[in-house]
Design a protein around this ligand. Structure first.
Ligand code: HEM
Length: 161
């Protein structure tokens, strides 16, 4: 299969996987966290969060590899590694930054949760979940920025004259 045939297929797989992945992050941020914040029992909140996040993290680990492999393959086939550090590739650079950040969080997920939920019976559930909601909004914001800049630049929006 030549690059001309392969590239649009890779782009399709890339974007569909991004949709499942970032769509999931959006759902958790916009729907699940406000629901959790309305619960009164901290232990119940933590258990519910763990069950949901565990399941989603398993899916996200698959998405992250599909998005990374298709993304880097597209760059390789287009011979775009040289000159990647330019404002013309801002969309791709934000994508790679967001991707690397997710990879880091998913790799150290257990350690991070251990710190955040050390002793659920002693913690202030509302405070922790408010912090987690804020954190998810920031991550979602960066992800949506990557989507916006990626689409914008791929469709002729350029930063440099
Ligand atoms: C290792 C990480 C990634 C790499 C190397 C990468 C690379 C690419 C490449 C080469 C394209 C083709 C468009 C173009 O040539 O400008 C693309 C498209 C796209 N990427 Fe990524 N990407 C990565 C991660 C992500 C992430 C994390 C997101 C979303 C949060 C994302 C969202 C998109 C979108 C929406 C498009 C479609 C742009 C369009 O053609 O309209 N990518 N990506």
């Amino acid at each position: 299969m030549d690059a001309g045939t392969l590239l649009p297929i890779l782009a399709g797989i890339h974007v569909v996987t991004v949709l499942m992945w970032i769509g999931g992050v959006g759902f958790v941020t916009v729907v699940v966290f406000p629901m959790l914040l309305r619960m009164d029992d901290t232990l119940e909140m933590v258990l519910m969060f763990h069950r949901m996040e565990n399941r989603f993290a398993r899916h996200a680990k698959v998405y992250i590899w599909i998005v990374g492999i298709t993304g880097f393959l597209m760059l390789y086939l287009e011979g775009r590694f040289a000159g990647l550090w330019s404002m013309d590739n801002l969309g791709i650079l934000v994508m790679i930054g967001a991707w690397a950040f997710y990879l880091l969080v998913l790799t150290f997920e257990k350690k991070i949760f251990g710190i955040v939920f050390g002793k659920p019976e002693e913690m202030d559930g509302k405070k922790v979940f408010k912090f987690l909601t804020g954190f998810h909004w920031v991550v979602l914001g960066v992800s949506l920025l990557a989507v916006f800049l990626g689409v914008w630049q791929a469709h002729g929006g350029l930063l440099s004259p």
